[in-house]
Write a protein that binds this ligand. Structure first.
Ligand code: HEM
Length: 482
């Protein structure tokens, strides 16, 4: 199994209380057996035949690795499930979740949980006008032309990282033997690549990248709980101290991004933030730090998970992988289907402002209501045969992301980036990172295949472990050097 204690776990726990409960295997209730994938353990039936759902299942490894049959029970029988054990509600159908995400007044995002201590007060936790004002501060720099011009720089970064593989040792994730190279894709590429890209776009000096990666990792593990929070807070303080000088300098003299030919592309995000005002006041250094912490925190683990999940799934479907290799435009399809099938972010908490009656369930104002994006992405009212990974499915929208969720032509977008006012502003940049990075990777890897002996296995001891609720942490790939 992918480790529940991974950094992925930490960020997921910070923004997804459902995982918080699921990530405590020591509290696991032994009565629930591990089931073949796709089958739920029998928890009894009501007199009318409705399957019962015991919320203690959420604390088990079984649920971590095989959540989808349980989500199906919820969607079909308890579309708003009142979990009296964890004192919250789960909304599991695609259409209901979309409605709730759009209802910015009825469902607010405050409080987000433990993330605010480390990240600071960010837009993630705001609703309404306050949210809109902050969201507009830098969102435009992560999309559109300004980002498209950065593609050559993203490619260059990927090339640099890959060319360094020749210098790495087995401990660092590269092992050569008999004309075959084994790499741990997370260690040698996916863990750092998204952070480095974002670091560039924000406008951090290249020499700060290593410090930045360290602060990032510490802040992320600081989201994991009280034991690591101190480390996270310290890292945030270091980042803030470091930024103070940069901000002071850039308030006087903004710095710019350039393309590979040296053509100026506009101010970097830090310089932009330095000149931004809210209600007539410039943003303080602390506010700028919080924005930066959120952009990096929101974009690192998620994109890492997307890249590793995509390669893990594609390499387990060689026919689909061959199509992607033959036509690199298909990486786009693979990216979106990966985010539908196995999104790195499983859901978002909201609090309802008013008393509600949803599907006959009374939800008092102020309740914790979890929107389960994992379940929306596997809702068979929207996606046929949802458990199957198929980059050619005809019901998934894979064009430009729409805040409206539902798209034209009878296709629907996946829910991995959310919808509505909080729709992920980093969706396009993460797409570019995953797709552009993969196109470069594949040029350097001949006949790539999963190194099965190094990978975690499922309960039969032979099959590769499913992704379940926690993204792939380590992915070992063999490829031919000649
Ligand atoms: C595959 C990669 C990613 C996934 C799955 C993802 C997922 C999400 C989701 C589901 C939300 C909505 C939160 C909510 O509704 O409360 C969100 C918000 C956010 N994401 Fe991402 N994200 C990804 C990559 C990125 C990247 C690369 C960045 C930055 C460069 C980023 C920055 C943000 C920010 C700043 C927000 C807060 C938006 C707001 O509250 O208005 N994300 N992300």
């Amino acid at each position: 199994m992918s480790s529940a204690n991974s950094v992925t776990g930490s960020i997921a726990r910070a923004i997804d209380p459902m995982l918080q409960s699921a990530s405590a295997p020591e509290q696991a209730v032994p009565d629930f057996p591990m089931m073949p994938l796709g089958q739920a353990t029998d928890m009894g039936h009501a007199p009318d035949g409705t399957p019962l759902l015991d919320p203690r299942i959420f604390n088990t490894m079984e649920f971590m690795r095989n959540p989808y049959p349980y989500y199906k029970i919820m969607r079909d029988h308890y579309p708003v499930f009142h979990d009296k054990l964890h004192n919250c509600y789960y909304v599991t159908r695609y259409a209901d979740i979309t409605d709730c995400y759009f209802d910015d007044e009825g469902f607010n995002t405050i409080p987000k949980g433990s993330s605010s201590g480390v990240l600071g007060n960010t837009q993630l936790e705001l609703s309404g006008i306050e949210h809109r004002r902050r969201r507009n501060l830098y969102g435009q720099h992560l999309v559109g032309q300004s980002l498209n011009h950065r593609v050559p720089a993203i490619e260059k970064l990927a090339e640099q990282m890959i060319s360094n593989w020749d210098n790495l040792t087995p401990e660092q994730g590269v092992e050569d033997k008999g004309g075959v190279r084994s790499i741990q894709l997370g260690k040698v590429f996916a863990n750092e690549f998204p952070i480095r890209v974002v670091c560039q776009v924000l406008g951090f000096p290249e020499e700060s990248q290593e410090d930045f990666y360290y602060w990032y990792n510490s802040m992320m593990s600081g989201l994991g709980g009280s034991d690591t929070q101190k480390q996270g807070l310290e890292a945030r303080q270091h980042l803030e101290d470091y930024l103070e000088e940069i901000v002071e300098a850039r308030r006087k003299q903004p710095t710019y991004l350039y393309d590979n030919d040296g053509k100026e592309l506009g101010k970097d995000v830090i310089s932009k933030l330095c000149e931004s005002k809210i209600d007539g006041d410039y943003l303080s250094t602390e506010e700028i730090t919080s924005n930066i912490a959120l952009v990096v925190g929101g974009g690192g683990e998620t994109t890492r998970g997307a890249i590793l999940n995509m390669w893990y799934l594609l390499l387990q479907h060689p026919d689909q992988f061959a199509e992607v290799v033959a036509d690199e435009d298909k990486w786009n399809l693979a990216f979106h289907e990966t985010l539908r099938h196995s999104t790195p972010i499983g859901g978002q908490p909201r609090h309802n402002t008013f008393d509600l009656d949803m599907h006959g369930v009374k939800v008092p104002a102020g309740s914790l209501v979890n929107m389960v994006d994992f379940s929306a992405n596997h809702d068979d009212r929207i996606f046929k045969d949802p458990e199957t990974f198929n980059i050619f499915r005809d019901d998934l929208y894979s064009g430009k992301l729409l805040r409206s969720g539902f798209a034209k032509e009878g296709k629907s977008s996946h829910m991995a980036f959310g919808v509505g006012p909080h729709l992920c502003p980093g969706a396009w940049i993460s797409h570019q990172e995953a797709v552009v990075g993969s196109k470069i990777l594949i040029k350097h890897m001949k006949n790539p295949r999963i190194r099965v002996d190094k990978m975690p296995k499922d309960i039969d001891g032979e099959s590769l472990a499913p992704i379940g609720l926690i993204s792939v942490r380590e992915l070992w790939i063999d490829y031919d050097l000649e």
